[in-house]
Design a protein around this ligand. Structure first.
Ligand SMILES: Cc1cc2nc3c(=O)[nH]c(=O)nc-3n(C[C@H](O)[C@H](O)[C@H](O)COP(=O)(O)O)c2cc1C
Length: 349
């Protein structure tokens, strides 16, 4: 088992993370793996209370459990096994597990930000996505498929870009995470490789200009933020469905579990050649607003965030429970490029 553990951790680091920050560290034992949150990696406004990072750790944890299952190992997971809130889990492996077919999609899973084909999900696809989310009773997946609601949630997701382009702190944070060339992406091994953003040619030239806050301010005076949000809203709405994860709370454990569910649903989509893009920025900004107050946001942004969240909550029938994640899913051409990962030596302690 020991010789396989490194391979399971390699599966862990294939997991998604906000801005591809990879906010995790792993400790390997003979038959156990400890997953730790690395809080210093992501101190952004999108990561209030490290909730986005807990979610990423949950996704990494799920990949490890699945990769071990492919070798016939079962896993028991002890969440937050001691007083340290950075110690997310201890995964203990034992002989005699059953292979989970989702393990076969770990390497292929990726974010696809291209326009999708606006085609309805088949009965089998819908059942597979919903079935993958059934592993945890405390997190519920709602798939929103009516055209009108997908359009509305697509627009809601794009409110993130509207805010990002008109809030200096968020703007500077976002653009500081772009790797503008493959070489830069290879060197940093974290952040967004520009090609993964799938910008159409005119959009790309404007995007380069927008990295300067003073130019962004001028362009937004003539409505550039609205135009970009409109365009992105339409791209988001080209999905077959928008998935919302509804949790039972907003404690760290809720996000770890939501991360596990997200990864399972994403892998089930990947196995069926369905594409996925998270639309989570708006939810994490609203989480910060709700828990940390309005500082950092202007009055207009506070109102937009509240209104947008109310729309999301209503459409996905959250019934007062928190919507912790949102993503679009559908049929599309494969993405142009994939994001990098830090070497194992940087995250395995
Ligand atoms: C908590 C979390 C939030 C995310 N939010 C967004 C988002 O709002 N928009 C987006 O395009 N991608 C989002 N992503 C996807 C990441 O950017 C992506 O996983 C990361 O860049 C690695 O790329 P990969 O998924 O192709 O491996 C999010 C991922 C996680 C785990």
């Amino acid at each position: 088992m020991k010789e396989n553990i490194e391979r399971y951790i390699r599966a862990g680091i294939r997991a998604p993370s906000g801005e591809n920050a990879q906010p995790w560290r792993f400790f390997a034992g003979d038959s156990a793996i400890d997953v730790w949150l690395a809080p210093e990696v992501d101190q952004s406004i999108y990561n209030w209370g490290q909730r986005a990072s807990y979610m990423a750790c949950g996704a990494a944890l799920e990949n490890i459990v699945l990769a071990a299952s492919a070798d016939g190992y079962g896993a028991s997971v002890a969440y937050f096994p001691d007083q340290d809130h950075n110690h997310v889990a201890t995964i203990t492996l034992r002989e005699g597990g059953r292979k989970d077919p989702l393990a076969g999609a770990i390497d292929a899973r990726t974010t696809n930000r291209k326009p999708y084909e606006r085609r309805v999900l088949s009965v089998e696809e819908r059942a597979a996505l919903l079935g993958a989310a059934k592993s945890e009773s405390s997190t519920v997946l709602t798939l929103v498929e009516s055209r009108e609601s997908v359009d509305a949630l697509g627009r809601a997701g794009a409110v993130n870009e509207e805010i990002m382009l008109t809030n200096k702190k968020i703007h500077d944070f976002f653009f500081s995470h772009i790797n503008w060339t493959r070489g830069e992406d290879d060197r940093s091994s974290a952040g967004f490789y520009i090609e993964t953003l799938e910008l159409p040619p005119p959009g790309r030239a404007i995007f380069k200009l927008l990295r300067s806050w003073s130019i962004a301010r001028i362009l937004c005076l003539v409505g550039m933020h609205k135009a970009i949000a409109k365009q992105n809203g339409a791209t988001n709405a080209s999905a077959s469905a928008i998935g919302c994860l509804i949790s039972s709370g907003t404690q760290p454990i809720d996000f770890v579990i939501a991360g596990r569910v997200l990864e399972r649903v994403w892998l089930a989509a990947t196995l069926r050649s369905l594409s996925v893009q998270p639309l989570a920025g708006i939810l994490f900004l609203r989480l910060k607003l709700e828990n940390d107050g309005a500082h950092g946001f202007g009055h207009a942004h506070v109102r937009i965030l509240k209104d947008t969240y109310a729309t999301v909550e209503r459409i996905c029938s959250a019934g007062g429970r928190p919507v912790t994640f949102m993503f679009r899913v559908g049929h599309a051409e494969p993405p142009t490029a994939r994001s990098s990962r830090l070497p194992l030596s940087a995250v395995l302690k």
